[in-house]
Every structure is written in C-alpha cells, then in structure tokens.
Design a protein around this ligand. Structure first.
Ligand code: AMP
Ligand code: MG
Length: 403
C-alpha cells in the first residue's frame, strides 16, 4: 500500500506525463482571482517611477543637517506633485509619503525627528544617505517580467498586474471537474431524506474544494449502487478533465465503482493508501480523464480530495503542484492511535506562544462533519507512531479555507 506522499507523487507524475496544452481565455483583473496566468506580464516603466519618499517629513541634504542645525523650509511636496526643481542649498522641503523627492536631496527625515519653528526646521538626530527614499527603478526595471505563465493569481499578483497596467490577463481555462456521488441512501440536498437516507453533502464539499483548488465543478448528482446507473453516469463524467466520485470504493457488496471503471477501460494507479480516514482511495485514468474514487464518508472524502485531487487540478490548470500546507505544532493533549496508517484527525490549532499549539477534537470517526466544521486543521499522526505524548512536535495540515 502506498503512503500518502507516494500516492501524491503518483498523481503528480501521471498528470504531468499526460497533460497537453491548455485552452486560454482573456479575463479582466477583476475576474481573474484564482486563475493561472498563461502569459508573461512585463512592467511598463520603472518602479517606483521616481525617487519616492516613504515617510512624511523633510527632504534634505544629509551634509547640511548636523544635529541641532536648522534649515529653512522653502516648499511643500505632496504625493502626485510634479517635481523638477532641485533642492536649493541650505534649505529643506516638507514632503509627504508617496511624493517625489526633489533632485539634490539625499534623505528624508521623519517629521517625528524634527522641531519646526515658523519656516525653520531643526533636526534632532543625524541622517543616513538614502534613508526613507525608495530609488527609481529599485523595485523593478522597465520591461522586467514580474508575473510569468504558471503563476496563480492571488490578490498581490492581481494588484501587481494592475500596477503595470495589465488589466486584461490571458489565463489558463480552469480544469473541469465532474462530481458524482454514489449510494442508494443518498438524496439530493433539496429533498427531504427518508428516515434511513442522507443528503448529498459530499457534492457540496467537493464542489467547494474544487473551486478553492482552482477547478470548475460540474455537478452530476448521484448514482445508485447499480452497475448500469454507475456506468452511465461515470461515462458522462469522462467528458471532463477530472472525475471525482464519492463512495462505492470500499469492500462492501455494493461498492461497485472500481468494477464500473474497469468495464469502461480504466487504468488504475492505486486503489488504497495507508491513511485513516481515506484508505480505499482510488486513482485511475479512463480515456483522457483522471478519475478519483474517494471513499464516501464525508471526512474521508474531504481529506482524500485535499491530499490527492488538489495537485491534479494544479497541474492540469497549468500551475506547479502546491505543497501540502503542513506546519509543526506542539501537541497540547496526548494522543493514542492504532499504528499502521497515517492518521488525519480533525484538530484545532491556536497561536498563543512562540509555536502553535494543537489538540485533536473529539469525533465519531469519518462520518462526523460537525467535528471537521469545528476544526481548522488536521493533526497528522505518522503511521509508525501510536502514542504521542503532550509537548511533542507534530505536523498539522492547515485547512487553508478557514485559516
Ligand atoms: P461508502 O464509501 O459508499 O461506503 O459510503 C460510506 C458512508 O458515507 C455512507 O454510509 C454514507 O453514510 C456516507 N456517504 C456516502 N455518500 C455520501 C454523500 N454523497 N454525502 C454524504 N455522505 C455520504
Ligand atoms: Mg456507498
């Protein structure tokens, strides 16, 4: 059985091997959040475009401000003012944050370090050359590539594009991810379930996870635990880049997903991973579509999607696979788990002292969505670690959607 790291590697390798060029679309910066850029964006000019003051204060020549010396303030420069006039000898000018520093000035002294009396400004400490000035071109040269193909567009990347005037961005089209749940007990979320039925919450979590990962969910509803219905609905899903199924991959008599995929000619890369929850996770390729058969218990579905489907969406979308958001925390309450599988336990991390502190939350196992909704991370217990004492450093997998 593969470890979860090996299973992720398998996914990344297979998807990288198979992916072709992606269709692109041009989007306005307002609409491009979460897309992957498919072109280079170059700067239109130097940044900053002029020597910019980073403080409210006085532009001076440092050689003229011996401590206690006074200079006459002869002008005021606001952000946006046109500045061409050099600083006259033995004078200073009052300057605002974001304004252009006049030629000849080599420092800006913060207003807090000065005393003003009429037009006379006294400096209460020495200044260093260049202080509080960001020189023209020091952030970027004209024509420099600041955003390149494959970068995911977050808020800073979009701001950077906007800064350089790139208001239209060529982006990779999002991978289309079909979502199909399975199970005779599952009813659609707008239906009133019978006493022994459950609502299709997995389609909702999966659609949200697909969106967060940068994919476009395509909802296919639910298939009954019957070979013909499964086959028809899986066949529909195979029109998309990725098909994610929930349920029907365990050992039960009515777990028919693998058989249905097999009949449709799927090539299987793994059908079990050494994790709990989520052990029976399946990864296959059928035609040109990558298929994830995830176990149906909701927490298993969520964990396995994060571990295995997210990197596939990254790579298909033209980006590099993101690393898992694993960080270290100090265990606040001792743990005892059965060794043999790596455990992903719903947990809550708090940042109090120097290192974050985590504790696993009480839960009823992989069906317990309420426990996961109280969690902001998964506590990861390695497969060879049954007992973990208080104070140990443990890895946690952050739920980036809520942190
Ligand atoms: P399975 O993996 O098909 O054996 O499903 C395991 C359990 O997960 C089922 O007994 C249900 O309680 C639950 N489950 C399956 N499908 C869904 C779904 N679409 N939404 C919510 N829970 C589900
Ligand atoms: Mg089932």
């Amino acid at each position: 059985m593969l470890t979860y790291e090996q299973a992720r590697r398998t996914v990344i390798d297979q998807v990288e091997k198979a992916k072709g060029p992606r269709a692109t679309a041009t989007l306005g910066v307002w609409d491009a959040l979460g897309f992957v850029l498919a072109e280079e964006i170059k700067t239109d000019r130097e940044y900053p475009p002029f020597n910019r003051s980073t403080r409210d204060g006085y532009a001076v020549r440092i050689s003229e401000i011996a401590v206690g010396a006074a200079l006459q303030c002869v002008a005021e420069i606001k952000a946006g003012d046109t500045v061409t006039q050099p600083l006259a000898p033995r004078t200073c000018v009052q300057i605002m944050t974001g304004a252009a520093v006049p030629p000849g000035a080599d420092a800006v002294v913060m207003i807090e370090h000065t005393t003003r009396d009429g037009d006379s400004v006294r400096f209460d400490r020495p200044a260093q050359s260049g202080q509080n000035i960001v020189l023209r071109g020091s952030e970027a040269q004209r024509g420099e590539t600041l955003l390149s193909a494959g970068m995911r567009l977050g808020y800073a990347e979009l701001a950077l594009a906007a800064q350089v005037g790139a208001t239209q961005l060529r982006c990779a089209s999002k991978p289309r991810v079909a979502i199909l749940s399975t199970g005779d007990e599952v009813v659609s979320i707008d239906q009133e379930p019978g006493a022994f039925q459950i609502r299709n919450s997995n389609s909702v979590s999966l659609a949200a996870q697909v969106r967060l990962a940068g994919g476009e969910p395509v909802l296919l509803g639910n298939a009954a635990d019957r070979a013909d219905d499964l086959r028809d609905k899986i066949a529909r899903g195979l029109r998309e880049d990725v098909l994610v199924l929930s349920g029907g991959v365990s050992m039960g008599k009515y777990d028919l997903v693998e058989a249905a995929l097999n009949e449709l000619g799927a090539e299987f890369f793994f059908d079990a991973v050494a994790i709990r929850p989520g052990k029976p996770a399946v990864f296959a390729k059928c035609g040109g579509t990558f298929v994830f058969g995830l176990p149906g218990n909701p927490v298993s579905t969520m964990v396995t999607f994060e571990l295995f489907a997210v990197p596939a969406i990254d790579v298909l979308g033209g980006a590099s696979p993101r690393d898992l958001p694993l960080v270290e925390a100090r265990l606040a309450v001792a743990l005892s788990e059965k060794p043999g599988l790596a455990h992903f336990l719903p947990a809550r991390v708090v940042w109090r002292g120097a290192i974050p502190e985590v504790k696993a939350l009480p839960w009823q196992g992989s069906g317990d969505i309420a426990a996961l909704a109280r969690a902001n991370c998964f506590l990861v217990v390695a497969a060879d670690q049954g007992q973990v004492p208080v104070g140990n450093t443990v890895p946690i997998l952050l739920r980036k959607d809520v942190i």
